[in-house]
Write a protein that binds this ligand. Sequence first.
Ligand SMILES: CC(C)(COP(=O)(O)OP(=O)(O)OC[C@H]1O[C@@H](n2cnc3c(N)ncnc32)[C@H](O)[C@@H]1OP(=O)(O)O)[C@@H](O)C(=O)NCCC(=O)NCCS
Length: 248
Amino acid sequence: MRQELDKFESEIFGFTVGRIDEVRSFELTPGTIDGLKRNYDMTLARVSLTDHSVIRGLTRGDFELMDVGLTFERSTKVKDLNTGELDIEVGVAHPGDVEQLVPMLVDPWGGRYDEDEHLDRDKVAKLRLEWLKNDLAGRTKYCFIAVDTLKPWTKGGFKIMAYVLAKDDGEIDLVGTLPDYRGQGIASDLLLSSLHEMRQRDGVEQATVRTHATNYAACRLYESTGFKLHKSDATFRLAGPRFERRPL
Ligand SMILES: CC(C)(COP(=O)(O)OP(=O)(O)OC[C@H]1O[C@@H](n2cnc3c(N)ncnc32)[C@H](O)[C@@H]1OP(=O)(O)O)[C@@H](O)C(=O)NCCC(=O)NCCS
């Protein structure tokens, strides 16, 4: 499984992907850029939005902006846990729920690949499915769900209305509410219950969540549940000749 995850991280649609975690502008000489183009079909670099000199270096070196991310954080101490007002049940997803969850999770949510004109939408959906299966199998520790107790699911249990996926260190991977159930406070209640649960079960003290700056609903959700903006970042991409020449 580990090998599969590694391969997945370094390959997208058959293109090799290089990832730069730390970059200093002076390292981005024309020689370095050419080397990256030769070695990778695309190179991704995520940098802090406050690193102006690095951003200047990246854009001068042919990198293009893919997305801007905001990371929010808050303590998992929840004072007023108020799920009583809504007729929902919050619980931990069991393996049988994953079958119901995955199709909910593959809907586009404005990620960088959804908006990429080089990429075919069906292939993006398949990539996300793959990523989610890996994530649910290998990296996600918590999977909290809110179910509609008035609607049994055909294969047992109840219909899932919303989900929260998180890692063991309190990093929240995904939050979502099915379109029909949005705007009723369900994600807010589920999110707060999830923080409470992580603290109660394992003593997780702090939660973080990253979303795209353009995802207004998600930003509102995090702000209205007491998260504070912690940092912002930007992801840039350098396209190698194979990726540029052969749009999918
Ligand atoms: C983001 C999302 C989870 C919100 O779910 P929800 O159940 O509708 O959220 P809530 O009803 O609890 O609303 C939370 C807050 O966000 C606000 N909000 C929710 N949707 C909004 C929208 N489309 N536009 C503006 N504000 C919105 C609500 O008004 C509320 O703020 P308030 O408490 O100040 O009134 C849902 O829109 C969704 O599933 N989006 C697609 C998946 C996604 O983008 N996930 C986040 C990134 S991982």
